[in-house]
Structure formats: C-alpha cells, structure tokens
Ligand binder design. Structure first.
Ligand SMILES: [Zn+2]
Length: 148
C-alpha cells in the first residue's frame, strides 16, 4: 500500500488519485513524487490542475472518487476497496478500462490510500482484476457475474 501523505479530508481523495496515476507510470519523476509527496507541492499542483481539467470538460468540481472516475472515464477504471476489519470488499468500481487504479478507504476515517497490489492486500495468491474476486489460484477461478 502507498500511504497518501495528504490526510486533509477535503483534498485527500484528489491527492490519492494523483498518487495512483503516478504509480502506474514508470518514469523517475513519478517515482520520486510518490516517495516524497510534499516536495515542491507537486501532488497539490497536479490535483489543482486535475480539478481544472474537470471544469474545462464541463463537469462539476470533483470531490468524490465517483466524480474523479467521471473525469477519467475513458482512461482509467477506479476500484475502491473498503477494509471492514474482517475482509475487504469492493465499495465502488467504474466501467472496465485496461488501466486500473486501486484504492483502499478506511472505514474509520474515510481517507484513501493507494493499493499497490490487490492480491497482497487481500492476502491471497490470486486476485482477479476483471471481477475483483480473490482466490487461491487463477486456474480454479471463475469470474463472478457482474452485479445487475
Ligand atoms: Zn474474475
């Protein structure tokens, strides 16, 4: 898991999105940014730019993960997992996209962190990125039918 340094409730969600997007990138700057999220206010600046982008697209100012999913609907699939204390459940997921952003939301604080590897998070060998179900192995896995 990658901790999102910004724990201010108003901006944590947007900062988590910035961190998750840079997690997918492999360039050195992105790597550095995740390691030192407050340096040169880069996360903050990108969050502000991202919100402007939403405005330019005619969308309301994004505040929730659902709002940010709408901004990036043609680029990324957002998957929000919730830690219930006993297990992890998918709280929200957007339309399928090749590139996925996984988040974990704390039930206590409502704050988001970024999930590096969903199978590690749920403590299973296998985690299906198509239906978000964990399991012992890919071989024995059958995709869960989508919710109606
Ligand atoms: Zn599956």
């Amino acid at each position: 898991m990658i901790n999102v340094v910004d724990t201010y409730p108003e901006t944590n969600c947007g900062s988590a999105v910035v961190v998750a997007i840079h997690k997918l990138k492999t360039d050195r700057e992105s790597h550095r940014m995740i390691k030192n999220q407050t340096a040169r206010k880069r996360v903050e600046k990108e969050r502000v730019a991202m919100n402007l982008r939403a405005e330019h697209a005619g969308l309301p100012e994004p505040k929730t993960m659902e709002d940010y999913q709408l901004v990036f609907r043609n680029e990324y699939q957002f998957i929000v997992m919730e830690d219930t204390g006993k297990d992890f459940r998918v709280k929200f997921k957007g339309e399928p996209q090749d590139q996925q952003l996984y988040f974990i939301q704390s039930t206590k604080t409502g704050l988001y962190n970024v999930v590096k590897n969903p199978s590690t998070l749920v403590g299973k060998k296998f985690f299906c990125r198509k239906c978000q179900e964990p399991g012992p192995s890919m071989k024995s896995h059958k995709c869960k039918p989508p919710d109606i």
